[in-house]
Design a protein around this ligand. Structure first.
Ligand SMILES: O=C(O)c1c[nH]c2c(-c3ccccc3)cccc2c1=O
Length: 441
């Protein structure tokens, strides 16, 4: 992967001695910047004291209930720069028996003096994804001076080989031009300009899938946020705004919502997982929150990953995607730190004039048109459950573009009549895979 010179780790839960142990021994004294959100930072400062090479940066969290959820590594090698955006906390159990998501960037070369100053070398058909500019904008949003060195280092490298788009959140009441830079409005903006469904597809027939490991308070009815503001963003596409349908579009044509399918572990999924009920310690859905939104259960599907052999590896990855009616194609897929919450994605306030975001989040969006192997395609073929399906075996299927293996099985498995969503602060008395019961305080 390269000869490491220095690195930065952005995360939420951080076990510093454990983190340093994960670096190769000869790299444990390289400069390391740790970006965290622990406002009462006595613990992490005490943990960092024995390591003179570790610098701490406390992210500002001035809005109640916000957290620094973003999980990112910036790795500076002698040979270039690498960015890693992922979903795992920097604690041992997140890297042991769970299902996580990670995007590892190509090795970005330093901009040599011969690189044309005005624009960077364009690769893969020259389609820029704006990744570098968006990453710098995200780092700028932290404020302070502690990230200057890393902003400069990123500026000095050519990131044009990044074939993903950055979808991030920063805390604030974002208005005007700032609104579309963050959270679900950034995703809406990108999808409505850069993502189109295959010709002839009916947008309202293409479901949105959301998969996550925690849920916030979403309001007393789905129409308050989930199936209105939030689903409007995730079901955006250039074809839904353009008049692609055969029927003449009347002025009153509303953006008809597609089906919404959510994946969140049932109690049974947690009970039978490799970790047993302990997995539920990282699936912090509160019983009192769940009780306020019983409607959510109607959208829920089980965590199931037989295709990858990870059904029992409890999910900590967060995945959002748009699929075809037969769930064999995907128009896009997003891997992110965002759980299903207004704090992470943002909620419109003041008659839609501001987007209130409470947390830092970061994720990467994969669009078929941004990938070399599927440029010109409007969908990814999804690895199917049926090994002889069109997506099986080949790296790309004629007419379908790049093959995508999703973290979970498609088609989805609904909750059974007996299934309940996992809640972490209620008793669960049926013995789990380790013979234990769950009796939180
Ligand atoms: O998505 C993530 O990274 C996670 C987010 N919150 C977690 C919590 C928690 C829940 C409520 C209040 C404070 C902390 C507890 C255990 C694991 C996580 C976690 O893994």
């Amino acid at each position: 992967m390269g000869d490491l010179v220095c690195s930065a780790q952005f995360n939420y839960l951080i076990d510093l001695p454990w983190l340093l142990q994960q670096y190769p021994p000869e790299k444990r004294k390289c400069p390391l910047l740790v970006v965290h959100g622990d406002q009462k930072d006595a613990n992490i400062r005490k943990a960092a004291a024995p390591y003179p090479n570790v610098t701490l940066f406390k992210a500002r969290l001035e809005i109640m209930f916000g957290t620094h959820h973003s999980k990112m590594m910036l790795l500076a090698y002698r040979e270039g720069l690498r960015v890693v955006i992922h979903t795992a906390n920097l604690i041992p159990k997140d890297w042991d028996q769970k299902t996580q998501g990670v995007w590892v960037s190509p090795l970005f070369p330093a901009k040599s003096s011969v690189t044309p100053s005005k624009s960077e070398t364009v690769v893969n058909g020259g389609k820029e994804t704006g990744f570098k500019q968006d990453l710098l904008e995200y780092l700028k949003a932290y404020g302070g001076r502690g990230l200057e060195e890393w902003k400069q280092r990123i500026s000095d490298h050519d990131l044009s080989a990044a074939r993903v788009r950055l979808i991030a959140s920063v805390p604030g009441a974002h208005t005007g031009g700032e609104m579309n830079k963050w959270g679900h409005l950034k995703l809406r903006k990108v999808l409505s300009t850069c993502s189109s469904l295959p010709c002839g597809a009916t947008p309202s027939d293409w479901p949105v899938i959301g998969q996550f490991s925690s849920v916030g308070s979403l309001g007393p009815a789905p129409s308050q946020w989930l199936t209105s503001e939030w689903l409007t963003s995730l079901s955006s596409s250039s074809s839904s705004s353009a008049s692609s349908s055969k029927k003449p579009r009347t002025l009153t044509t509303q953006h008809k919502m597609p089906p919404l399918k959510l994946i969140f572990p049932s109690v049974e999924n947690v009970r039978t997982s490799l970790e047993g009920y302990m997995a539920g310690g990282s699936i912090p859905y509160a019983a009192n929150t769940a009780a306020k939104q019983p409607y959510l259960r109607d959208f829920l599907h089980q965590w199931r990953a037989e295709e990858t052999g990870r059904t029992r590896a409890a999910p900590h990855v967060k995945t959002y995607m748009r699929v075809s009616p037969d769930q064999r194609e995907a128009a896009w897929i997003l891997i992110t730190s965002c759980n299903l919450s207004k704090a992470a994605w943002g909620a419109l306030e003041k008659k839609g004039s501001q987007l209130k975001i409470r947390s830092y989040e970061i994720g990467v969006l994969f669009l078929p048109s941004d990938q070399e192997t599927s440029a010109g395609h409007t969908s990814f073929s999804v690895a199917t459950m049926h090994p002889h399906g069109p997506g099986a075996g080949s790296s790309s299927v004629p007419g379908m573009g790049m093959r995508l293996v999703t973290p979970f099985d498609l088609p989805l498995t609904p909750y059974t009549r007996e299934d309940q969503p996992w809640v972490w602060n209620a008793r669960h008395m049926k013995p789990d895979s380790k013979g234990n019961v769950w009796t939180p305080p």
